[in-house]
Design a protein around this ligand. Structure first.
Ligand SMILES: Cc1ncc(COP(=O)(O)O)c(C=O)c1O
Length: 354
């Protein structure tokens, strides 16, 4: 018994945090860029950081203006957050009533369930079939008058194809009819080129999420964004903390906007690495699922958890495995440059020897 109050939902909230000490490994377990941004670019941004700059509270306006211009939206239709994880939290705080429902597919990015547990919302997970497919009708059927938020990840993480425009529109319309916000999480944008940003002018209940942790290779800085109608962004501003995004993250984000050629280079590097990995997997007769993000599911010949253990202990390579029966046969690996992929493949072929 504690001598202080703890919210019931906080007591029972189950959290699993990623392990520490990952820098000693080839990190292919969390969909980061294993190698990061070009060193010269990082050095040039770091040279701009003075003691005075660090001593000053962050001003997100510079970044937001440039980001909005690049996306072709108005400045008041975007707000920067400390990673898109925080954006999910703000959306839940602002738009879900106590005890009401949040609909997502399942499996999906873990934090949607975690925030539901934390705030005492009812999480409704619409399951994928064993063929990794999901029927939009099932998602539509799960949305009712008690639903306050629906989240579609496009593409989903860890499994699932991207949704079509007709599917997303059907979900946005049903959500609007039920008074719910539709979150379209585009964390894997750029690996998957389509976007539904255009829907924010048509649907005032649609919010798009973006992260700078994946293609932009800034997971350590914590930078994300919500893109939505000015009114919806205004409500998010009501729940955010006063100095939300750190000043280093904002500077890196702004400079990336100044250098679109780096973005093109990052896209090309990942594409080349992924193509190489797929050709190698086919050469060695592996079954794989090529998802639309910067990750891939591979079915090893040996037990997936055993292969992951060998990769970690004997080859210093981290990959992701799942307890979920739908996914327990597979390993998920983040894709990156051809150099990173060939290092993985070399280790994998040894770790998965029959
Ligand atoms: C679909 C999805 N959304 C959001 C996030 C959170 O990203 P971050 O908080 O680093 O911006 C992730 C991270 O893996 C993700 O896969």
């Amino acid at each position: 018994m504690s001598s202080y109050h703890v919210n019931e939902s906080v007591k029972t909230c189950v959290r699993v945090f990623s392990e520490e000490g990952r820098s000693a490994y080839l990190r292919m377990d969390m969909n980061e860029n294993p190698e990061g941004l070009p060193k010269e670019f990082v050095d040039s941004v770091l040279r701009e950081i003075t003691p005075e700059y660090l001593a000053t509270y962050p001003e997100p306006g510079h970044f937001c203006r440039k980001y909005a211009a690049r996306l072709g939206i108005k400045e008041n239709q975007v707000c920067a957050t400390s990673g898109s994880d925080t954006a999910i939290r703000y959306l839940m705080e602002a738009f879900v009533g106590k005890g009401n429902k949040v609909v997502t597919v399942t499996p999906t990015f873990e934090m949607y369930r975690v925030y539901c547990n934390m705030y005492g919302y009812e999480h409704v997970g619409v399951p994928y079939g064993s063929d990794f497919q999901i029927a939009t009708e099932d998602i539509l059927a799960a949305i009712d008058q008690r639903t306050d938020l629906v989240a579609l990840l496009n593409p989903n993480n860890p499994i699932g194809r991207a949704f079509t425009e007709a599917e997303v529109r059907a979900v946005a319309e049903k959500a609007a009819k039920c008074g719910a916000v539709l979150v379209i999480d585009e964390a894997y944008h750029y690996f998957y080129p389509n976007t539904f940003i255009r829907l924010i002018d048509e649907f005032d209940n649609v919010a798009i999420l973006r992260t700078f942790s994946k293609l932009f290779s800034l997971a350590g800085c914590r930078l994300g964004a919500v893109i939505a109608s000015a009114q919806l962004i205004e409500y998010i501003n009501h729940v955010r903390s006063s100095a939300e995004v750190n000043t280093v993250a904002l500077l890196f984000g702004e400079r990336l906007m100044d250098h679109p050629e780096i973005i093109d280079e990052l896209i090309a590097t990942e594409k080349e690495g992924r193509r190489y990995l797929i050709s190698e997997l086919e050469r060695y007769g592996y079954t794989y699922y090529n998802q639309d993000g910067n990750f891939l599911f591979i079915e090893p010949k040996n037990d997936a958890a055993e292969v992951a253990k060998r990769l970690k202990e004997e080859h210093k390579v981290l990959i992701k495995t799942y307890g979920n029966p739908l996914l327990s046969r597979f390993i998920r690996i983040s894709t990156g440059s051809k150099t990173a992929m060939s290092r993985f493949m070399e280790a994998f072929l040894i770790a998965d020897q029959a």
